[in-house]
Design a binder for this molecule. Structure first.
Ligand code: SAM
Length: 250
């Protein structure tokens, strides 16, 4: 059927794409890509020859006008980002809104997503979670954003962030200062890829584990088991106290 198809693509392992996604990409009149060269690799792998057109942060608005006109004329337009689910810290939302405003059907084609993949294997609470995307890169703004998040929580929740490898240690330190040194965190790195890895523990333990590497590389999801602010400060104990407790338990 004519309309806008938001198609999820792999986040590393090329097998992580659904049969429906492959069919939709094959049958679409055009694929709007965050980066046409990146998507071309996926299309080549699956022998898909649908024409691509670029649609990214900087041209999503102009492109939307053109694609909406095509869909009004009966076209099926697929939207993909470089990896994972379009619209999730990636282009796609503007086009979806423009299509809805123009009365064009919008179809989700679900699949890989780094946040959900990290969450389900983290061991942290999956019942109540908050996806917070990328934190501000500058430390002052990042601290403010974390403080605001902490203040806004009404109950325990798992917070899910995307973070760059060169900032993860700073961010772990900020997480510790906001939620206390007993707070549990998980760093999920290179999901679905050869060097997939999970580091679980306190912010300090996870930082120490990451520091053992020459350089922290790859793509990272950071998860924090966040208690609401008042409870967090009440239960936050310095690491030595926690270790002592663990030793007693032994
Ligand atoms: N739309 C994508 C999704 O559905 O997950 C996210 C796009 S966002 C621009 C890219 C960020 O997602 C990376 O910086 C990293 O934090 C996270 N990410 C993407 N792929 C990942 C992977 N294989 N392992 C860990 N994190 C990943």
């Amino acid at each position: 059927a004519p309309g806008l198809y938001l198609v999820s693509t792999p986040i590393g392992n090329l097998e992580d794409i659904t049969l429906r996604a492959l069919r939709v990409l094959r049958e679409a009149d055009r694929i709007a890509c965050e980066d046409t060269r990146q998507t071309q690799k996926l299309l080549n792998h699956y022998d898909i020859s649908t024409p691509t057109v670029s649609c990214h942060e900087h041209n999503e608005r102009e492109r939307a006008t053109e694609l909406i006109a095509a869909m009004q004329g009966g076209a099926r337009i697929a939207v993909v980002s470089d990896a994972g689910t379009p619209g999730i810290s990636d282009p796609g939302m503007y086009l979806a809104r423009a299509a809805i405003a123009a009365g064009i059907p919008v179809f989700p084609v679900p699949g890989a997503n780094a946040a959900i993949s990290a969450l389900i294997a983290s061991g942290l609470d999956t019942e109540r979670f908050f996806y917070a995307g990328f934190l501000p890169p500058k430390s002052g703004a990042r601290r403010d954003a974390l403080e605001q998040l902490a203040a806004s929580l009404t109950g325990a929740a798992t917070l899910v962030f995307y973070e760059a490898p060169h900032r993860i240690l700073e961010t772990l330190a900020d997480v510790e200062s906001v939620w206390g040194c007993a707070a549990r965190v998980v760093v999920a790195r290179e999901l679905t890829k050869l060097h997939e890895e999970f580091a679980r523990g306190t912010a300090a333990e996870v930082a120490a584990f990451l520091k053992e590497k020459d350089r922290i590389r790859g793509e990272i999801v950071l998860l924090v088991a966040a208690a609401p602010r008042s409870a967090a400060s009440a239960t936050a104990k310095p690491l030595p106290a926690r270790l002592a407790e663990l030793m007693q338990a032994e």
